[in-house]
Design a protein around this ligand. Structure first.
Ligand code: NCD
Ligand code: ZN
Ligand code: ZN
Length: 386
């Protein structure tokens, strides 16, 4: 078959290093099959599955379970992230070497930051030996308290309890110091504030082995857009100010921030229909993230497409030691054909994900992957998962 690519872009399959797939335990929100179908619909051929499932991925058998379910699904490559601590709590570290041998790609207590600095320090020391990155969730639970959105002018105006920006940046500072001391690889998840960007910039200048990611929603939205009647923008970390958003875009442009990642956090419609204070944090992003970045950042000239591909495929592959990103001649490839002119209404009936908690629901978006190959196999064509 000869494919007419006129006016379209061909690039390596995207690698999303931050995806919540909810299996095992919360399959009503998402499972590995629905999540990996959503991935290829969105242009992702590899996804790293976060560890905060029920039970959390804290041993080799569970790592192998996630790998097996991913292979059985047969869409995107699904690579499990293990927890750092047993049960994602306390101070007992998991068996990292064993879990790594079973297929774990990294380790993180996402959703529950490691509050104990000594545990983080030990984890980084161990990471130095295994060579695998520790992903910090970057949240001080005491400072975050029971806040619902970023603390600032908007939270005050809306009368919602706020989370100060320092809830993130004090942990960023702490973990950078611990990474410098131990030499362990550190990856900072979902950076959302200007202060964090500046800390990372300085750390990189000092030669600390750190990478950082930013989520599309923190590059596109800000706290002023939140409505108390609409829980879809309730996310962790909370949306920051306009100044934060500009600092994040600049950080991504100048290489301070290495990667874009969705933090795809599927929730049920019933949960998101609760009052703002009770609805869970999270935005489902796999099927709209690339299109949103194209529409809101690349088209207006804020970010180049080359930088997007680097941040969403090449850098993740380098940092997490994955195939893809660099294509060797003769290897079956993970490839995306992207049509910048293809427009689509985000229709709940068409989403492959079980989740509907996207701010783009019902909106018309432009720029979509129209063909996706995983290991040379066509898995998505004309927006339909095959
Ligand atoms: C995450 C989830 O739903 O698992 N939610 C989110 O808003 N990112 C967990 C978390 O980071 O709090
Ligand atoms: Zn998180
Ligand atoms: Zn997350």
């Amino acid at each position: 078959e000869i494919i007419n690519g006129t006016g379209k872009f061909v690039f390596p399959g995207l690698i999303d290093v931050h995806t919540h797939l909810r299996e095992p335990g919360q399959e009503d929100k998402e499972d590995i099959l629905s999540g990996s179908r959503a991935a290829v619909r969105g242009g992702f051929t590899t996804i790293l599955a976060m560890a905060n499932t029920q039970p959390p991925i804290d041993n080799r058998a569970l790592v192998e379970f996630v790998c097996r379910q991913g292979e059985r699904a047969g869409y995107a490559h699904v690579l499990p992230i293990g927890t750092v601590t047993k049960g994602m709590q306390g101070s007992e570290l998991v068996e990292m070497a064993d879990m790594k041998a079973g297929g774990a790609a990294a380790f993180s207590d996402d959703g529950k930051n490691i509050q104990n600095a000594e545990v983080m320090r030990l984890a980084l020391e161990y990471a130095k030996l295994t060579g695998f990155p520790i992903i910090s969730h970057c949240e001080d639970k005491n400072l975050a308290g029971d806040g619902l959105m970023r603390r600032g002018v908007s939270s005050a105006r809306m009368g919602l309890r706020g989370i100060p920006a320092s809830a993130e940046s004090v942990i960023v500072a702490r973990d950078l110091l611990l990474a410098e001391e131990t030499g362990g690889k550190l990856h900072l998840a979902h950076i959302s504030s200007a202060e964090s960007v500046e800390l990372i910039r300085r750390a990189k200048a000092r030669g600390i082995d750190v990478t950082a990611e930013v989520n599309p929603h923190h590059l596109i939205f800000c706290d002023e857009e939140i409505k108390i009647t609409d829980t879809v923008l309730k996310v962790n970390p909370p949306l920051g100010s306009q100044a934060d958003r500009e600092a994040l875009i600049e950080g991504l442009r100048d290489g301070t921030i290495d990667m874009i990642a969705t933090d795809h956090a599927p929730h049920t419609q019933a949960e998101k229909a609760r009052p703002f204070a009770e609805a869970p944090f999270g935005i489902a992003g796999l099927e709209t993230a690339l299109s949103a970045v194209w529409q809101y950042l690349v088209k207006p000239g804020k970010l180049s497409l080359d930088r997007v591909i680097e941040a969403w495929s090449v850098s993740p592959a380098d940092r997490f030691g994955l195939a893809g990103g660099t294509l060797k001649p003769g290897t079956p490839a993970d490839i995306v054909l992207f049509d910048p002119d293809f427009s689509e209404v985000i229709d709940p009936a068409k989403l492959a994900s079980k989740a509907r908690n996207t701010p783009f629901l019902g909106k018309t978006m432009q720029g979509f992957p129209v063909m996706v190959w995983v290991e040379g196999r066509l898995v998505q064509r004309d927006r339909t998962v095959l």
